[in-house]
Write a protein that binds this ligand. Structure first.
Ligand SMILES: *[C@@H]1O[C@H](CO)[C@@H](O)[C@H](O)[C@H]1NC(C)=O
Ligand SMILES: *[C@@H]1O[C@H](CO)[C@@H](O)[C@H](O)[C@H]1NC(C)=O
Ligand SMILES: [Ca+2]
Ligand SMILES: [Ca+2]
Ligand SMILES: [Ca+2]
Ligand SMILES: [Ca+2]
Length: 326
């Protein structure tokens, strides 16, 4: 009698043990390497993995991340689908738990899914500034560094790899395609063009390619690189002055010009023959400083100089004759 009872108990234990297996969840990732990778632009409802669940009676499965849902495809098979739009630049991977519980036996199993969001080229490079203004002296050596245009792209890999260029490419500046460093490639003469404008373009290497631009203006600062020149009169010009004219009489005017800017273009005139009875005013008027009635020479050779006010002053001279008439 005792023996039989033991036997029955053993048999029941054995039966229960085989029935009391937990649900078994196996994951199909749709990829050969077992990794779950989904493009960030995938529409809501895209399946990312399938789960095969084995169980004995009835099972209820749940997912612990509201960016994904679980939907039953057929008996024993569930699909994990996206339930939100994804943005790799915001969240690049998720760890999602799925648990399945056998409803009668109250036994559950769970799996953890690592879902990686694959990058798409959905961001353009962005410049830190939309426009740049720099001032540089004119005629600086070719190859002088001006500034580095810097753009950032939120994407990764080729999608975020930036190559720079300048448009138009013959504006006298070049850009390092990789670093964005802008340098001069010509001499820039302020007297020809006072400011040079161009665009810098940043292109990513994604497909399709995305790009953006920023405008650059380089203003050329004046350097005193031009001598004054005389517009009037020409060299050896002959002015006439009557003997009867008094001190301070206007004998003639000279006109000179300097194409530089500011002090570099402002002029002062002087007579280089201090012993002669003539002077020149700031406005270029040659006037007598002596009484021409007492003149005995009849003819004077005058050297007139125009000098600019640059730090290293430049000057030009002309020679004129003054003939004293009766
Ligand atoms: C769902 O995704 C959003 C970003 O798209 C994130 O802020 C949120 O934390 C995610 N939810 C969970 C439970 O991970
Ligand atoms: C720069 O961008 C503006 C608009 O953002 C566009 O109008 C212009 O044509 C672009 N310039 C170049 C050279 O691509
Ligand atoms: Ca992206
Ligand atoms: Ca990009
Ligand atoms: Ca100049
Ligand atoms: Ca000058």
């Amino acid at each position: 009698m005792k023996k039989t009872v033991m036997k029955i108990i053993l048999l029941e234990t054995f039966l229960l043990a085989s029935a009391i297996e937990k649900p078994v969840i196996s994951v199909n990732t749709f990829s050969s390497d077992g990794k779950i990778l989904i493009l960030e632009s995938s529409y809501v409802g895209t399946a990312v993995a399938a789960l095969a669940v084995s169980y004995h009676t009835e099972v209820v499965c749940s997912i612990d991340n509201d960016n994904f849902t679980l939907s039953k495809l057929i008996a024993h098979t569930y699909l994990v689908k996206t339930h939100a739009t994804l943005d790799r630049e915001f969240v690049s991977s998720y760890v999602v738990g799925v648990a399945c519980e056998d409803q009668q036996l109250r036994l559950s199993s769970s799996v953890s899914l690592n879902i990686y969001i694959a990058d798409e080229n959905d961001n353009s490079p962005e410049f830190q500034q939309k426009s740049y203004i720099y001032k540089v002296p004119e005629n600086i050596p070719i190859g002088t560094y001006i500034f580095a245009a810097e753009a950032n792209d939120q994407d990764i890999g080729k999608n975020g790899e930036i190559v720079y260029e300048i448009i138009p490419n013959h504006c006298g500046f070049i850009i390092d395609a990789n670093t964005g460093e802008v340098m001069t490639s010509h001499y820039h003469d302020r007297e020809s063009i006072a400011a040079v404008s161009f665009d810098v373009i940043a292109k990513d290497q994604g497909s399709p390619q995305r790009k953006s631009n920023a405008s650059v203006t380089v203003e050329l600062q004046d350097v005193n690189d031009n001598k004054p020149f005389f517009l009037y009169p020409f060299d050896d010009y002959q002015f006439l002055v009557s003997k009867n004219c008094g001190i301070g009489t206007l004998i003639g005017i000279v006109i000179a010009f300097d194409i530089d800017e500011g002090r570099n273009g402002q002029l002062t005139f002087s007579v280089k023959n201090p012993d002669l009875p003539f002077k020149i005013t700031t406005s270029g008027e040659i006037r007598s400083t002596g009484d021409m009635n007492k003149d005995t020479r009849g003819l004077y050779y005058l050297t007139i100089e125009a000098s600019d006010h640059g730090d290293y002053s430049l000057s030009s001279q002309i020679n004129v004759k003054i003939v004293v008439t009766d």
